[in-house]
Write a protein that binds this ligand. Structure first.
Ligand code: HEC
Ligand code: HEC
Length: 220
């Protein structure tokens, strides 16, 4: 009798354990399936410009697996950019992939993340109150070298993206732009302008002046 109960208990425990493992593997399998779907869609639609593993190529397309890019950009920004493209640049719209296709691509890109996603807090940062006239001086002397005179990007022969482009500026928050200017994107030509590794040290106010100037470009 005693051994029967023991045996019963043991099989019950085994069943609970198995159920637990089963649930864990399905959860894992589901997201893995999404990532795989995204990988496939990425290979079919994006690899030509953004390269294998989405590492990008200067003057062709930016890196989409860059750790700082993934840590600062919200799903809303990435999904919106994929859906609408960036008109006036080489980035075409992909609305035909549908919401689930675009979600899967973002899951695939996010699977490369090496840093926590801080986009929620970054997007809540204050709006800039900078002086656009001063910002233009900085922009013309520093940023235009890579991003083009009016932030036209590759179209102007630069290696930086079209940061004066209306469809970029309509999706990018001031916090996202500010973080990118401050800390840059590692292993790309976008070096940060704040801290010990900065290419040229800009103060918080000067960075906000530049963002205010960029906002005037977006209205053109
Ligand atoms: C024909 C080339 C081309 C193809 C194909 C393409 N892109 Fe792009 N993409 C670009 C270019 C060029 C840019 C930068 C535009 C600019 O200068 O601002 C870009 C920018 C982006 C950005 C914004 C990145 C940032 O740093 O803000 C995202 C996100 C993106 N592409 C995702 C995708 C995805 C996902 C696909 C496939 C579904 C794709 N792109 C296919 C050329 C392409
Ligand atoms: C030496 C070249 C270079 C200089 C100078 C430079 N950038 Fe960049 N910037 C880049 C590149 C390259 C990228 C995209 C990274 C990639 O290719 O993956 C970038 C990306 C960005 C982005 C993100 C745009 C997007 O599409 O998501 C912003 C914002 C930005 N730069 C702002 C600035 C500002 C403002 C300045 C001047 C203070 C500046 N950059 C100076 C090369 C440069």
């Amino acid at each position: 009798m005693k051994t029967d109960i023991n045996r019963l208990n043991r099989s019950a425990i085994t069943m609970i354990l198995l159920a637990g493992i089963g649930m864990a593997t399905t959860g894992y399998a589901a997201s893995k399936a999404k990532v795989n779907k995204g990988k496939k869609l990425y290979q079919q639609n994006c690899i030509f410009c953004h390269q294998a593993d989405a590492i990008g190529k200067p003057g062709v397309a930016p890196s989409l697996t860059n750790p700082e890019f993934l840590a600062t950009s919200s799903d809303k920004f990435i999904k919106g950019t994929i859906r609408d493209g960036r008109s006036g640049t080489g980035m075409p719209p992909f609305s035909h992939l549908g919401r689930s296709g675009i979600d899967a691509i973002v899951a695939f890109l996010r699977a490369h993340a090496k840093k926590p996603n801080r986009s929620k807090e970054i997007d809540k940062q204050l709006h800039t109150q900078g002086d656009a006239r001063l910002g233009k001086l900085w922009f013309d002397s520093i940023c235009s070298t890579c991003h083009g005179k009016n932030g036209d990007g590759y179209m102007a022969g630069g290696t930086g993206t079209a940061i004066g482009n209306k469809s970029f500026l309509s999706k990018a928050t001031d916090g996202f732009i500010r973080e990118t200017i401050k800390h840059g994107r590692s292993n790309t030509r976008m070096i940060g302008y704040k801290g010990p590794q900065a290419m040229a040290a800009l103060s918080d106010r000067e960075i906000d002046d530049i963002i205010s100037y960029m906002r005037t470009l977006g209205k053109k």
